[in-house]
Each structure stands twice: as structure tokens, then as C-alpha cells.
Design a protein around this ligand. Structure first.
Ligand code: NDP
Length: 487
């Protein structure tokens, strides 16, 4: 089946006349054909967004909120159907796919309710008979560019706050999960988002994405994806509001006093959940030398039991990687690890399930040192590097020894270590006695260092999609001069 772009309230073909395919990564079957749009389609969409802007931005935010409440209800009603679609097109196991949709539901309810808040603040003035306050205004037309690993959750983290703040949107989803995007947009259309307010343009990052980034009419870009794409956006977008959520190389510290059973659950979930394809995946385990051997044995025994297969099949623990290129990348990193002198304890092979799919066996390297490429680069697959730590300070030094800083975790029963870690680990998120994944939608989410410059979630999502405007209201009946009329 061929799916269309959604521009100015209509489902339309690309001017290019070309299409591309999306495949199920578990069995390589084609799911559908999508518009291979180009710069012209983006310009048409921007026109529509421009025309829709005044009406949408002037609509009372509480009314926009009513539309989002309806969208949240519809997402809830369609949760099973959408979850199955995520498992089919993106590949993660069904429980996680349903979690992806649940995240979208949670964000949508949260942002719908923001329609009755969107707080500014009031403060005093240094002059008499003068009133000072801030209000929020929309940014304008914003571009939302999203990856494939959370194909409903990540678009909702961007599109819902953008809508409630009164912006109009050009949405460019990943070319690996366009059907999830089409179904997501259908829900918002059914909920009543007016024509031109939300425009979906599918197609390559190099043309569609590039035009969104460079076009001067776009006033804000919210991007989640690879660090190199993020860098390119910063260099090419000109003066725009830019929010970047990028990759990472997240670590879990396991101290000698940790409850190793709980730590084991955390490492398995962090490293192999979503087949390691999360920006918050745990790809390094920094373990105290006193418990390293014991923990390695526990980990290997558990990994042996993990079952690979289609995310739709019950009992499967680990789904496929997203595509052939990802499989080749992960395979090459295992070779790099071996060449660097790390010891492969288990895994390390691409495999087929029923003769098909982009599967990779969950893999553990040990005797890794922090300078190795497998300890520095984001592999984005089910590969974990174990690094030994001499003591707490050594563990902190090692967890911070990467360019990235998105998520982190420490397992310890020592309250002093826990509190020190909260401050000393260089990351946007630190979990104590819990894995590196599991963000809740009302708390800020985002990284430091090369993991990006944005904070999404909760009120921070509102900050990303609104301008703060300062208002001075002088009712003195004369000219008063700040800093000059001092008496
Ligand atoms: P990419 O950067 O390759 O792609 C992300 C999106 O950007 C896609 O829609 C892509 O389009 C588009 N794109 C590609 N090139 C350009 C360009 N020049 N201009 C504008 N848009 C462009 O990342 P992946 O999809 O491979 O996602 C994986 C990455 O995302 C990992 O690094 C991961 O860590 C990160 N990520 C970060 C998260 C966070 O919140 N910090 C959360 C989830 C993932 P197309 O698909 O057509 O190429």
C-alpha cells in the first residue's frame, strides 16, 4: 500500500512522484510505500503552516488543550493497534512497544492540561506605578525531526508541547518508521487539529530534513538523532531556536556493596532492552574489582537465557536491529573490540531467526579499558563493555571518561556514594539503584556534553516551544527611566 504526506489538511503525493519502502526488521517484509519528498514538498508545507499560524496561535490555549485531550483519548483507545505497529515496523518487543505508545498518551494528557497553565510570572518594578510580567508566545513554524527508536513517543515529546504553545509544525519522521508517523498524525487529525497546523512530510534527511533546517521561515528545530546530524544542524540552521537530543555512551557503576541481583536486572534491562537501541541504553558497566568476576558470571548466565525473535512473539526478550546498516555497524564494532584486546565473554554474532531479520546476539566484552573505541563510541546495539574500577573515585573518573553525558546509574547501598554520585556524574540523568532507562514524562529529559543541549518533558517541553516575552506596563502617566530615576 502507498501512504501519502499530510499537508494543508489533505493526504497528498510528493511532487517528486517517487516513493521509498519501510520494512519489518524481523522478517525483511515490506510494510508499505511512502512519499520520497523533496525540498518543494517542504516549501508547500511551510506555506500551509504559515497560513494556519494566525488562527491557531490566537485560539485560546485551553481550546487547543481540548483537541489534545481528544488526541490522548484516541491514542489510549488505539494503544494495542499502535503498539503492534511499533513492534512490526521498529522491531522492539510488544511490551516495550506498548510502553512507547503509553509514553505518547502520558505526554499528550500532560500537554493538554498545560492549556490551562502556560504560566508566565509577575514581579515587582524598581519604579512606581509600573507593572512587570512575562508571558509565553509561540515560536512560529517549527520543524520536528525524529528518529526511529521511539516512533510514537519521541514525536509526541515534540509535537504535543509545540501544539499547545500555538506553533504550527512540519514533522519529518525517520525513514525507517514512516508508517508509525502516518498513524500518529491520523490520530491528531481525527482529534480536530485544523488544516495546516500539523504537516507530515516523509522522505530523506538529506533533502526533506535539510530544507527544514535551512529554511528561514522555520523559527525552531527540535531534533532527536545522531550526534553528527545534530552537529550539522547547528552549523547550517542559521539563527533559530534549536533543541538537540543526541546519542550517548551511558554507564552503570556497580559498587562492591551493591545488591548484585538488582544490579543484574538493571544491566540486562539497560543493555538489551530495545536491543540496545536507546539513547539511554547502558553500554558500559563499571564494576568494582571485588565483585567483578562474580557479576560477570551472573551476567553471562542470564544473557544465555535471552530469547531473540520478532517483537510480536510472546516470550521474546530481544528483537532485531533496525536495518542492515545497523547490523553491519554492530558487527564491525565487535571486530574492533576484539582487535583492541577486549575479551568477548558471550555473543558477538549476527544471526537470522527463521532465516530472516537483522538480529544480533546479546554480547558482553570484559577487560575493557576506557580508551578503547568500544568504550567511547555509541554502538547502538546489544553490546556491553565491562570496565573494572579500583574504588568509588576511580569509578566516577571512568564513567565520566566519554564525550557524552545523557544517562547514568549507580548501584550501591552506601548513602554517601549515592549522594556523591548524584553530583559528580556528568550526565543529564542519574539513577540510583535503577537502570539507565525509565524516564517519566513530567521530569526533564536531556543530556550534557555531546549528548545535546535540550530538555524535554514537563514544563521544560513548554520552554522549548515557547518564547518568553517580557512586558513592562507603565501607568504613572509620565516618562519614567529605569536605572536613571533612582530617587
Ligand atoms: P539520525 O540522525 O540518522 O536521524 C534522525 C532523523 O534526522 C531522521 O529523521 C533522519 O532522516 C533525519 N536526518 C538525517 N540527516 C539529516 C539532515 N542532514 N538534516 C535534517 N535531518 C536529517 O539518527 P537515527 O535515526 O539513526 O537515530 C539514532 C540516534 O538517535 C542515536 O544516536 C541515538 O542515540 C539518538 N537518539 C537520541 C535520543 C535522545 O533523546 N537523546 C533518543 C533517541 C535516539 P532519515 O531517517 O530520512 O535519514
Amino acid at each position: 500500500m502507498e501512504y501519502l504526506n499530510y499537508i494543508n489538511g489533505e493526504w497528498v503525493k510528493s511532487v517528486s512522484g517517487e516513493t521509498f519502502e519501510s520494512k519489518n526488521p524481523a522478517n525483511e517484509r515490506v510494510i508499505g510505500k511512502f512519499q520520497k519528498s523533496n525540498e518543494e514538498d517542504v516549501k508547500v508545507a511551510i506555506n500551509a503552516a504559515e497560513n494556519a499560524y494566525e488562527n491557531w496561535s490566537e485560539m485560546p490555549a485551553a481550546k487547543r488543550g481540548e483537541i489534545l485531550f481528544r488526541a490522548a483519548d484516541l491514542l489510549m483507545k488505539n494503544k494495542q493497534k499502535l503498539g503492534k505497529l511499533v513492534a512490526t515496523e521498529m522491531g522492539k518487543v510488544l511490551s516495550e512497544s506498548l510502553g512507547d505508545v503509553q509514553e505518547a498518551i502520558d505526554v499528550t494528557y500532560y500537554m493538554a492540561a498545560e492549556g490551562r497553565r502556560l504560566f508566565g510570572h509577575t514581579t515587582t518594578s524598581e519604579l512606581r506605578d509600573k507593572f512587570c510580567m512575562t508571558i509565553r508566545v509561540p515560536i512560529g513554524i517549527v520543524g520536528c525531526i525524529t528518529p526511529w527508536n521511539f516512533p510514537t513517543a519521541i514525536p509526541s515529546w515534540k509535537i504535543m508541547p509545540a501544539l499547545i504553545c500555538g506553533n504550527t509544525i512540519i514533522f519529518k519522521p525517520s525513514s525507517d518508521t514512516p508508517l508509525c508517523a502516518v498513524e500518529f498524525v491520523k490520530i491528531l487529525v481525527k482529534a480536530g487539529v485544523p488544516k495546516g497546523v500539523l504537516n507530515l512530510v516523509t522522505g530523506p534527511g538529506g533533502t526533506v530534513g535539510k530544507e527544514i533546517v535551512k529554511n528561514k521561515k522555520i523559527r525552531g528545530i527540535s531534533f532527536t538523532g545522531h550526534r553528527n546530524t545534530g552537529k550539522w544542524i547547528l552549523q547550517n540552521a542559521g539563527i533559530k531556536r534549536i533543541g538537540l537530543e543526541l546519542g550517548s555512551k551511558n554507564g552503570i557503576i556497580i559498587m562492591d556493596d551493591a545488591n548484585l541481583e538488582i544490579a543484574l536486572d538493571g544491566v540486562i534491562w539497560g543493555a538489551f532492552g530495545t536491543t540496545g537501541q536507546r539513547c539511554t541504553a547502558a553500554s558500559r558497566v563499571i564494576v568494582h574489582k571485588k565483585v567483578k568476576k562474580k557479576f560477570e558470571n551472573m551476567l553471562v548466565n542470564r544473557v544465555k537465557k535471552l530469547k531473540l525473535g520478532s517483537g510480536l512473539n510472546p516470550g521474546v526478550d530481544v528483537g532485531p536491529l533496525i536495518n542492515k546498516a545497523a547490523l553491519e555497524k554492530v558487527t564491525s564494532y565487535v571486530e574492533i573490540g576484539k582487535r583492541e584486546g577486549a575479551k568477548l565473554l558471550i555473543g558477538g554474532k549476527p544471526v537470522k531467526v527463521k532465516g530472516k531479520g537483522y538480529f544480533f546476539t546479546p554480547s558482553i566484552f570484559t577487560n575493557c579499558n576506557i580508551d578503547m573505541n568500544i568504550c567511547q563510541d555509541e554502538i547502538f546495539g546489544p553490546v556491553v563493555a565491562i570496565i573494572e574500577a579500583k574504588n568509588f573515585d576511580d569509578a566516577i573518573k571512568k564513567i565520566n571518561s566519554v564525550d557524552y553525558g545523557l544517562s547514568s546509574a549507580i548501584y550501591t547501598e552506601n548513602i554517601r556514594y549515592a549522594f556523591k554520585a548524584m553530583k559528580k556524574i556528568e550526565a543529564g540523568l542519574t539513577y540510583i539503584n535503577s537502570s539507565t532507562i525509565g524516564s517519566e514524562i513530567h521530569l526533564p529529559f536531556g543530556g550534557v556534553k555531546q549528548s545535546g543541549n535540550a530538555r524535554e518533558g514537563g514544563i521544560h517541553g513548554i520552554d522549548e516551544f515557547s518564547e518568553i516575552k517580557t512586558i513592562y506596563f507603565d501607568y504613572s502617566g509620565r516618562l519614567q527611566k529605569a536605572q536613571i530615576d533612582t530617587s
